[in-house]
Design a protein around this ligand. Structure first.
Ligand code: PLP
Length: 457
């Protein structure tokens, strides 16, 4: 059945009638109808009306190798012909997760030598939570099970993922979160720094909120701290340089494990394979997904550091945990080919040495002076633009979030897909963007900001 036999209106009606979308108000969706994305190539997506849109979000932070990679389709096809599925339970394995694990251990930080697969970042974080709690239980400290996270963090949508995350609107709908998870302030200086407080001092203060939470609970009750190296869905919040070293010091001092969520930052976005390497963070677990396959197949990989792995393996016996699709042969074949492409084309190095710095320079030069821009910040090919009504006082437009939605809608009409989170515009483009693509994107954002500013009076 080809979608081409249906008009856009028919597809929208069926969509509104039967398809529940993630994070969507369906009454609103029914009123406007979905934008139907029908194909994609390189850095572009195309909708059913033939509009070509530069994808500033790499899908949902995942299509790092860009669209139209026939090599990835061929890798999936070949694997499906040979062995479409077999599980990795009951002392069985299949070759592609074996080879992928070897590759991942090579590119990950030195202490990350074990990988557990799932199909999504949420599943990987569920696994991470179970793993750290099991670790402490096996070490004879079952009460050391509290997790410290941050407000505004996003760690997924399963009950454990949403409980680990710090989105208050998600917690309100949970009907009971996973117990013993607490949330402290995020390292978001743009809104939370005191007047006159330096970035350095703010970073230390934000990290000390974790120490306060440990002291309040008693270190003997705290299993781990979890954090995205750069908070993504919460608004690309880049912490001050002082933040992570202080977190590391605190975790070591109280023997609290460090869980990194690199579902967005993993696989090149920051200019290193992992943000842990770019930012010098030594973690005990690292959650990854999304760009592992550039989104061509659903796959997550939870790295488990040597310290935890030794205990799980030597003392743990069977760990009663696993997913039907753990180590899915097709997803792993695609991941292997995807990493090969990223490596062959030098995309990670290019972000570090060329496109990342150029992205920063261009956005800073062209956008930071705009009357409704309060701040531009970037790391690698990850960027945020704060929308404000007043540059000096950082006062926002009201109602909260409305101005950013206007900028986003104008940007899409100009041919650039970007995202609005509260009052922050977000960019997370494919790593194949060149200097020229960055120039095109910046011009479209500039125009979208002008048009939104005119609307806002
Ligand atoms: N962790 C982070 C940092 C994410 O950004 C996301 C998704 O955006 C997740 C976890 C959840 O991943 P998934 O949507 O694949 O379950």
């Amino acid at each position: 059945m080809s979608y081409q036999n249906f008009s856009l209106k028919q597809l929208q009606e069926i969509d509104a009638g039967h398809h529940l979308h993630p994070f969507t108000d369906h009454k609103e969706l029914r009123a406007v109808g979905s934008r139907m994305i029908v194909r994609a190539d390189g850095p572009y997506i195309y909708d059913s009306e033939g509009n070509e849109i530069l994808d500033g979000m790499a899908g949902l932070w995942c299509v790092n190798a860009g669209y139209g990679r026939t090599e990835l389709a061929e890798a999936a096809y070949e694997q499906m012909k040979e062995l479409p599925y077999y599980n990795s339970f009951f002392k069985c394995s299949t070759p592609t997760p074996v080879l992928l694990s070897k590759k991942l251990a090579e590119i990950a930080p030195a202490n990350m030598n074990q990988v557990f697969y799932g199909s999504s970042g949420s599943e990987a974080n569920d696994t991470a939570l179970r793993v750290v709690r099991r670790y402490w239980a096996l070490e004879g400290k079952p009460r050391k099970n509290r997790i410290i996270s941050r407000k505004m963090a996003y760690h997924g949508s399963t009950i454990a993922g949403a409980s680990l995350g710090g989105m208050s609107h998600m917690h309100e709908q949970l009907g009971g979160a996973v117990p013993n998870i607490v949330h402290v302030m995020p390292p978001y200086s743009f809104e939370l720094a005191e007047p006159g407080e330096s970035e350095h001092d703010f970073g230390i203060r934000a990290a000390r909120a974790v120490e306060d939470a440990i002291l309040e609970a008693g270190a003997e009750n705290v299993a781990a701290f979890i954090g995205e190296p750069i908070m993504g869905a919460g608004g690309v919040k880049i912490p001050p340089e002082s933040y992570w070293p202080e977190i590391q010091r605190i975790c070591r001092k109280y023997d609290v494990l460090l869980m990194l969520d690199e579902v967005i930052t993993g696989y090149g976005r920051t200019g290193e394979w992992f943000a842990a390497q770019a930012m010098g963070i030594e973690a005990d677990t690292i959650t990854t997904a999304k760009a592992l396959t550039s989104g061509y197949q659903p796959l997550s990989a939870l790295f488990i550091g040597d310290r935890i792995a030794r205990t799980l393996i030597d003392k743990g016996g069977e760990f009663f945990h696993g997913y039907t699709y753990s180590g899915h042969p097709v997803a792993c074949a695609v991941a292997l080919k995807n990493l090969e492409i990223i490596e062959r084309e030098g995309l990670v190095d290019r972000v570090r040495s060329d496109t990342g710095p150029y992205f920063r320079k261009t956005l800073m030069e062209r956008l930071s002076g705009h009357p409704i821009v309060g701040q531009v910040r970037t790391v690698g090919l990850l960027g945020a633009i704060e929308i404000v009504a007043d540059k000096e006082t950082r006062e926002r437009f009201q109602p909260s979030g409305s101005a950013a939605v206007k900028v986003r809608d104008h940007a899409i009409a100009q041919g650039l897909m970007m995202r609005a989170t509260d009052d922050t515009m977000i960019l997370s483009p494919p790593l194949i963007w060149t200097r020229e693509t960055i120039d095109i994107a910046a011009a479209r954002i500039e125009r979208a900001l002008d048009l939104a500013a005119a609307d806002l009076g």
